[in-house]
Design a protein. Sequence first.
Length: 81
Amino acid sequence: MNTMIRLVLENFTLSFLVLGLLVSGISLWKQKRPLSASIIIEALFAYFLLFSIGCSFFYNFMMHSFFGETAARYIGWEQSP
């Protein structure tokens, strides 16, 4: 379990991409049928933007702002003042 949590946190961009695809799939599954191409593309794009871009950048902000020592050590840089 410890390894799985570490894998998800270290590869957060991939984790947010997979989460976005899962949520868009659930969203499309709950939509009325028939689904047009525009509805499918909109759902995939919207959840991609939300999770892969928005949540990923927020995660980066949190790590660099509040856990700067850990983030610097992880990427191999020195902690800046």
